[in-house]
Design a protein around this ligand. Structure first.
Ligand code: SF4
Length: 63
């Protein structure tokens, strides 16, 4: 099981994680201009989003 934590203080809504995710799980919340997750059920647990975020706003916990 995977849990993804997005630190909204660190997220600048740059969208790099959107391109990194092969499944398109992320989107930008139009009001907050921050990362949001659509549905994690098909997540590959590849960590590409976590690696891609230059601000360290995405933390993945696989349990
Ligand atoms: S771990 Fe991989 S599949 Fe899952 S949200 Fe991040 S980039 Fe997408």
């Amino acid at each position: 099981m995977i849990r993804i934590y997005i630190d909204l203080e660190k997220c600048v809504g740059c969208g790099q994680y959107i391109n990194a995710c092969p499944l398109g799980i992320y989107y930008i919340d139009p009001k907050l201009k921050k990362a949001k997750i659509d549905d994690l059920k098909n997540c590959l647990e590849c960590r590409a989003c976590e690696i891609q975020c230059k601000n360290g706003a995405i933390k993945i916990n696989i349990i």
